[in-house]
Design a protein. Sequence first.
Lengths: 287, 257
Amino acid sequence: MRSSDVAVMAAGSTATAVDVVGATKIFTVAKGAQVIALDTIDLSVAPGEFVSLIGPSGCGKSTLLRLIADLDQPTTGSVTVFGKSARQARVDQDYGIAFQQAGLLPWRTVAGNIELPLELHGTGKTARKARAAELLELVGLTDFADRYPEQLSGGMQQRVAIARSLAESPKLLLMDEPFGALDEMTRERMQNELVRICAETGAAVVFVTHSIPEAVFLSDRVVVMSPRPGRIVDVIPVALGAAEDRDDDLREAVGFFAAVSAVREALHGTPAGGAAGASAARGVETR
Amino acid sequence: MRTSTSRTRAILAPVIFGLAVLVIWQVAVVVLGIKPYVLPSPINIGGQFTKAFDTVWAGTRVTGFNALIGLILGAVTGIIAAIISALARVFDEIGLPVITAASVVPIVALAPVLYTMFGAGAETARQLIAALAVFIPVYVNSLRGLRQVKPVHRDLMRAYAVSSWQVTRTVTLPGAVPFIFTGLRIASSLAVISALIAEYFGGPIDGLAKSITSAASYSNYTLAYAFVLGAILLGLVFYMVTLALEKLATRHRPSLS
Ligand SMILES: Nc1ncnc2c1ncn2[C@@H]1O[C@H](COP(=O)(O)OP(=O)(O)OP(=O)(O)O)[C@@H](O)[C@H]1O
Ligand SMILES: [Mg+2]
């Protein structure tokens, strides 16, 4: 692990993990109407850094993630991943991705689904099997290796998708509400696991979520977004300590609650031109 | 529990219906005194079927083999053509209208031409006609299936930055399997029907359809019906086998309806 940490540090000195500069995304919908999904977004993620994107539905979180993943191209602005174009980073397989939907292949077993990226990129059979077993253990699905996705609950399917995104130990993880379908207990367990994985692999993470406590628990920084047009309204440094110290006790620590209310304030606070909504939301804050 | 009772019901209902039809048929023939050349009774047909089983079986083998060759040939070319169409947009734009046009052409009409092409002593013309009839539903359904890739799977494969052939092999083609089998199920009956009808236009005299005509021309109507029964059973076997293969191939998927 230590050697990979060093490698990440070395890479970090030359390039950030993600660098989004002035990115705008405009979708043209039916009858030529335009939706400004993202409006001049600037975001930079350091190697090994954990950044959460939080904001109301439709504010462009998934769109921003897709730009970083080169699944969509920005209308204006640029996206750089590890010092290269987003496209080159995708071709070089610099990131692992987990979508809002699990997106498993129904005709493959659980193990077969986790092995998919390894198989496509030419990893040998024994190495694939060993890696899949490791990941199954990690997501607590060892007993389900030979089942088919339709035999799993939604939350279990999502855990398989997370295992799949980790298969090639990427230096960058892009995750779109990966824990949204999980129950609270599994969710907290997966959060703990994710913190541990990131500490071990030194991976940078861009993590989309709707949950303030989740964002605070996991992140080094929480990016708060607002809709129509999608903008970054605030970036809140959380830095609750080294990954090793983040355990369940942290969820009850004072710093944790302070960060949670800071994010909540940013979410409900006065965005540019949204005064009416803000005053209504202020009341909620005091809870 | 519920599914097993509904399945029993799904099998039982047509069986009971079929038996009822046979009983009414038998009773009608006996009570109304219908002559065998108009309509033989089921019991007579059954008797003739067992008595002449070897002849019926010989005819069934010839026609069945033609249909099988046609089915395999038409299915393989249909699936390959659909893959090429799905991969190359140019083919696609020419492909579908041409195929749609071809699907309204009654293919058996080609029989006389094909017999002259391959010689009247060979079965080739019949197999080709079956293959042509099979090609169309297999191609159309496969292509439809190949277009049904889920957006999340498309994103995933794009994220993996793999070649379009790898996408076809790992996602598009397996995803299209239920659609391909829908095509095959339609095609399996068409293969038998086309192979049978093609016999009426010439060629060797050893198939089922030829046997039906010759039995009828010798006024042996019960025997003709025994051959018809053979043809029905052949069609059923083709359908059931494709259906069983379909169930086997799609057992791990949420039902497509
Ligand atoms: N392919 C597309 N075509 C047209 N409009 C789109 C497209 N994708 C997203 N949008 C629009 O862009 C905006 C942002 O969408 P996005 O999916 O990024 O939101 P989100 O923050 O991820 O929301 P949620 O929390 O509900 O997932 C929305 O208004 C959406 O309607
Ligand atoms: Mg989203």
